[in-house]
Write a protein that binds this ligand. Structure first.
Ligand code: HXC
Length: 520
């Protein structure tokens, strides 16, 4: 064999050995836990044969605690570029088989390199996390590594989409990079996100809690909202990341890809003419409305289990990718509370940063009141959503289905927050508050003075009817030009698509400023 051939054979061997990460035994241990390796995850995520790996031979430089005798090519992360459905993405996947995926300085350099490339070349970055946090043996160098990654997460925010998959235990610094990205996906029963594990929690606070109850996927997907998606297994998680990407543009200067559809733009749906119950206090499922109007009934919901009183997610309308925000009357009557406001505000800001038009479906009785909400700063949190809609310059199309009361009316993409096209169904009521509340405020004294309960009830009914007739309809708003039109529910799909078509050329500038001061 020639010397050159020998060197090529050596390279092939070295690559094969690097691809084993922390070695066969640790790979088997990973599999026994029902987890895939970093490379297996990437091969599922990326188009076949598209992965271009970088820095496969990088090694850590730590000389503490015997680390100088323990080297693995590539260290604890696999990085590179590839394509998903033919579109360029940059990726990193932490390798738990190498020191538990714990972050060394060299690992951070590898991750930062692909993040820099992603920003320079305008492509999304996807991180698959599975890490014990800062590599303890490296001390301050590992912390510096996290700092470098976080700074890049921050600078890339709003420039390229950043998606985090959490595929194993993620502790300490390992959770803050996902928290800075646009979307975080977790896997049920095998991934955890905690600042400090149950042992430390017990030591510090005396509280005994399992890993799952402290930072499992169901906790973060339903209680804290840290996770936008919870998958049943890693395969489903990776499929969800790919689907999410199909709604997003490559960067803030491009548009999301159009998805051609056989679903006719002019399709009407008679069922929508029957969906609003006669009683204003009766609920219906807003998912049915969304499913009826979007292309092929396909809705990709974000934060499905968190703050279910508001629905957010992606769909296509006439082939165009859109962000949908909708109150959900069947959960807490669709009221806006702290979590619903936070959830929707973050989604609206994401869509605005990435040129994704917003379609808002309104049926909101108001903000949730009470000490719990006030102490938790519903004022500041509600203002987040108000701010997000008000600053958004993407096309904004709003349809009011039923209730749109008070502050919540203003917040939910009203005309005065630079809504482009605002429609209402004939069942809409746009008012300061509902009839019950209004009659109590305006006529409470008069009603109290009426001793006869029957007469009192009759007066209250008459006052409510008077109020309903005057305010609980869309005509007052239409007369004043606060909505563009009152539309028949069955026509909602094509009216919204027509509005979005017309808004494709929308241009709206913001006043020059260093940055805003969003109420945080
Ligand atoms: C170095 C680590 C490590 C770490 C795990 N390992 N975490 N090595 N630094 N942070 C190593 C283990 O020693 C072990 O090595 C291998 O990875 C697998 O770990 P196991 O514990 O055997 O696995 P498992 O039982 O699955 O538990 C995983 C784990 C646990 C839950 C992640 O290892 C753990 O709790 N690690 C520490 C988590 C933590 O407190 N991190 C915070 C760091 S401080 P061998 O050789 O035996 O295979 C931090 C601050 C940054 O991140 C703050 C920035 C804001």
């Amino acid at each position: 064999m020639s010397i050159q051939r020998q060197k090529i054979a050596d390279l092939v061997d070295r690559r094969a050995s690097a691809a084993l990460g922390g070695g066969r035994e640790r790979i088997d241990a990973q599999h026994r836990k029902g987890k895939m390796t970093a490379r297996e995850r990437l091969s599922l995520l990326l188009d076949e044969g598209s992965f271009e790996e970088f820095d496969m031979f990088v090694q850590h430089r730590c000389t503490n605690f015997g680390m100088e005798r323990q080297h693995f090519d590539g260290d604890g992360v696999v990085t590179g570029q590839g394509t998903i459905s033919g579109r360029l993405v940059y990726v990193f996947a932490q390798d738990f088989t190498v020191n538990g995926g714990s972050l060394s300085k060299t690992m951070s350099e590898k991750i930062c390199k692909v993040m820099d490339m992603a920003v320079r070349n305008g492509a999304p970055v996807i991180g698959l996390n599975d890490s014990g946090g800062a590599r303890i043996q490296e001390g301050i160098d590992a912390l510096a590594g996290y700092g470098e990654i976080f700074e890049r997460n921050i600078l890339a925010s709003g420039v390229i989409p950043q998606i985090s998959g959490v595929f194993g235990p993620c502790a300490g610094g390992a959770v803050y990079s996902p928290a800075l990205t646009d979307f975080t996906l977790m896997v049920r029963d095998s991934s955890y996100m905690v600042l400090t594990g149950p042992g430390v929690v017990r030591q510090v606070t005396g509280e005994t809690v399992s890993q799952e109850d402290l930072g499992g996927a169901s906790v973060h997907a339903s209680k804290s909202g840290v996770a936008h998606f919870a998958a049943d297994d890693e395969r489903e998680g990776i499929a969800m990341i790919k689907e999410l990407l199909s709604f997003l543009p490559q960067n803030n200067l491009s548009l999301a890809p159009e998805l051609p559809t056989e679903d006719p733009v002019g399709r009407t749906d008679d069922a929508l003419d029957e969906i609003i119950p006669d009683s204003p206090n009766k609920a219906y499922d807003m998912h049915a409305v969304i499913g009826s109007i979007v292309d092929d009934g396909r809705f990709f919901e974000v934060h499905k289990e968190f703050a279910r009183n508001i629905i957010v997610g992606f769909a296509h309308l006439g082939g165009q990718s859109v962000g949908i925000v909708a109150n959900q009357p069947s959960v807490l009557a669709g009221v806006l509370d702290i979590n619903a406001s936070r959830k929707a505000a973050r989604f609206v800001r994401f869509c605005d940063a990435f040129n994704i038009p917003l379609v808002t479906l309104v049926d909101v009785p108001g903000f949730l009141c009470g000490t719990q909400q006030e102490y938790g700063a519903i004022i500041t949190n509600g203002a987040k959503l108000l701010y997000a809609y008000g600053e958004a310059t993407v096309p904004k199309v709003t349809v009011t289905l039923r209730k749109s009361y008070g502050g919540a009316h203003i917040v939910m993409s009203c005309k005065q927050l630079r809504g482009d096209i605002n429609y209402a169904w004939p069942s809409a009521g746009i008012a300061v508050m509902g009839a019950d509340g209004a009659v109590e405020v305006l006529y409470g004294k008069e009603l109290k003075e009426e001793a006869d309960p029957e007469r009192r009830a009759a007066i209250a009914e008459a006052r409510k009817k008077e109020y309903d007739d005057l305010f609980c309809n869309p005509y007052q708003a239409a007369q004043k030009g606060y909505i563009e039109d009152i539309i028949e529910p069955r026509n909602t799909r094509f009216r919204v698509i027509r509005a979005l078509e017309a808004l494709k050329g929308k241009r709206q500038e913001m006043p020059a400023k260093k940055h805003d001061n969003l109420p945080l």
